[in-house]
Design a protein around this ligand. Structure first.
Ligand SMILES: Cc1cc2nc3c(=O)[nH]c(=O)nc-3n(C[C@H](O)[C@H](O)[C@H](O)COP(=O)(O)OP(=O)(O)OC[C@H]3O[C@@H](n4cnc5c(N)ncnc54)[C@H](O)[C@@H]3O)c2cc1C
Ligand code: SF4
Length: 249
């Protein structure tokens, strides 16, 4: 799976769930490959999940708008949502609320997948100001963006790699993220996923609920997911979680 961000575990779990009929839609974030502008979408086909895998760091879109489209317009009843921790907390609150207007959404949410998140970037400031103007890379030349080892790594379609230290991107971080502390790993999710703690090209999964166990076990049984239990290192995750929580204390 070429487009995956780390180990492709998130896509594997979701693709398996769609194919097995455990879910009928995935609410997630993709990006226009020409502009790299992110958008929230409802995906119902495995092929679309695979071609849109990977992380969008210039996140700004209202993920829950796609949830409204899935529930109200498309009448989907078994939905998985993928989101950064703030989105995950909102989705979980909707799922557990007994407010009349939220109950249809709560009933339709079957799985919440959280992505580890330290910060996200403003699209204009990151893509247009830093990458297009300063590095002279057009958005459609970006094959992959990754945050690793304190750097933003930009892989281009001609297989060149450029790096920007995260310190140099401080001005591009979305303002709200500067005040976001305490939740690096999406504690309200059924399954949380990140790259830190695992070797390159593997995903760290934290399985938090019985629903999370069910979806992971199903994907492992069908061979879509190849788990290695307790293979990840918690040290780096704990230390970064503590660092993030200090932002608000
Ligand atoms: C903004 C952001 C910041 C992150 N920061 C960290 C970090 O500091 N440390 C760390 O270890 N990991 C971080 N991650 C998670 C990491 O980049 C991978 O998403 C994770 O390791 C899962 O990899 P995978 O190969 O299993 O996912 P894939 O199989 O590639 O699947 C990723 C899924 O996430 C969806 N998606 C992509 N971007 C978004 C988004 N912005 N919002 C909602 N859904 C999205 C895709 O549509 C796809 O379904 C971050 C991710 C994002 C989006
Ligand atoms: S840093 Fe916090 S507010 Fe910003 S996207 Fe991540 S979880 Fe949301």
């Amino acid at each position: 799976m070429e487009r995956r961000q780390s180990g492709g575990a998130v896509t594997a779990i979701l693709a398996n769930a769609l194919e097995e009929g455990l879910i009928d839609a995935v609410v997630t974030v993709t990006a226009d490959p020409w502009t790299q502008r992110p958008q929230s979408v409802v995906i119902t086909k495995t092929e679309a999940l695979i071609t849109t895998a990977g992380s969008r760091y210039a996140w700004w879109v209202p993920t829950l708008a796609a949830l409204k489209s899935a529930v109200v317009t498309q009448k989907r009843e078994r939905i998985a949502i993928v989101g950064v921790p703030c989105v995950v907390s909102a989705a979980r609150m909707m799922q557990t609320s007994d407010h009349d207007l939220l109950r249809p959404f709560g009933r339709a949410i079957r799985l919440i997948v959280g992505l580890f998140c330290t910060e996200t970037f403003d699209y204009e400031l990151l893509i247009n100001d830093k990458i297009v103007r300063e590095l002279a890379i057009e958005p459609w030349q970006i094959a992959k963006l990754d945050v690793r080892g304190g750097k933003l790594i930009i892989e281009t379609t001609d297989h060149a790699v450029r790096e920007i230290p995260l310190d140099a991107l401080d001005d591009c971080v979305r303002r709200g993220c500067h005040a976001c502390g305490g939740d690096l790993t999406a504690v309200d999710a059924d399954i949380s996923a990140g790259s830190m703690g695992s070797p390159d090209n593997e995903t760290t999964l934290i399985i938090r609920t019985p629903a999370g166990v069910g979806f992971v076990d199903h994907a492992a049984e069908t061979g879509r997911l190849v788990p290695e239990e307790d293979a990840c290192s918690l040290e780096g995750i704990l230390s970064l979680s503590q660092k993030k929580s200090k932002r608000i204390h």
